[in-house]
Design a protein around this ligand. Structure first.
Ligand SMILES: Cc1cc2nc3c(=O)[nH]c(=O)nc-3n(C[C@H](O)[C@H](O)[C@H](O)COP(=O)(O)O)c2cc1C
Length: 202
């Protein structure tokens, strides 16, 4: 079960995307240490469906009562969750867009955050079910949100950590490549630092 699920959220093609380049660095290091399967979702090329009434209705209908149509609606979610249940690590690479995550990443997360499958409600509150999986978040951004007061404007890493924790993924490493809008030298320095941080994870 040492499988990696890699989710890339940049809208840009690989040659132009800093976060996708860092994803490659991570994947190379991960594969040097692990024999398992790697599943890659390039969200800009193959986005997942937004939540709609059918999908929400299907998610909240007990499995043994679902209609044929509801079962079909859940096929993608079923597959994505099965991948995570078989994974030891989830890599999410994402740019900051308008202080938050790209909408394609939100759609992915909406497919995997599912009652009865990745979390349950208990007497003690919600409990995440993906406890066998850890995660790394790699975020690229034009500005630098690593220090206050700008850190309060980072709605990417706190949100992702919260959501992942909710579904049981509590061991989460964060690597940032900040300040990529500040010129070539700043980009080179941030990318170099991010690569060092990634390699230190292994
Ligand atoms: C639509 C859009 C919105 C962006 N919003 C922000 C933002 O709110 N804050 C920021 O620091 N950078 C912002 N950026 C800059 C990106 O985060 C930055 O260019 C990052 O490197 C993109 O990642 P990528 O190279 O992997 O595509 C934005 C870029 C785009 C295209």
């Amino acid at each position: 079960m040492t499988n990696l699920v890699r989710v890339d959220a940049s809208a840009l093609p690989a040659a132009m995307s800093h976060s996708k380049q860092l994803a490659d660095v991570f994947q190379t290091a991960w594969q040097a240490k692990n024999q398992g399967k790697v599943v890659v979702h390039t969200l800009a090329d193959a986005p997942f469906k937004h939540l709609d009434g059918m999908l929400i209705g299907a998610m909240y209908t007990p499995a043994d009562q679902r209609t044929a149509q509801q079962k079909i609606a859940l096929e993608t979610s079923d597959q994505l969750i099965a991948e995570l249940k078989a994974a030891s690590h989830l890599l999410i690479t994402t740019p900051m867009y308008n202080f938050g995550i790209p909408s394609t990443l939100k759609s992915y997360l909406d497919q995997i955050a599912r009652v009865g499958e990745t979390f349950v409600y208990t007497e003690d509150g919600p409990k995440g079910l993906l406890s066998g999986c850890s995660a790394t978040i790699i975020m690229s951004s034009g500005g630098d949100y690593t220090q206050p007061p700008l850190s309060a404007m980072d709605f990417v890493t706190p949100y992702l950590k919260t959501l992942l924790g909710f579904i049981g993924i509590t061991e989460v490493a964060v690597v940032v490549a900040p300040g990529l809008g500040k010129g070539e030298e700043a980009v080179a320095a941030a990318m170099q630092q991010a690569k060092v941080s990634i390699n230190k994870l292994f």
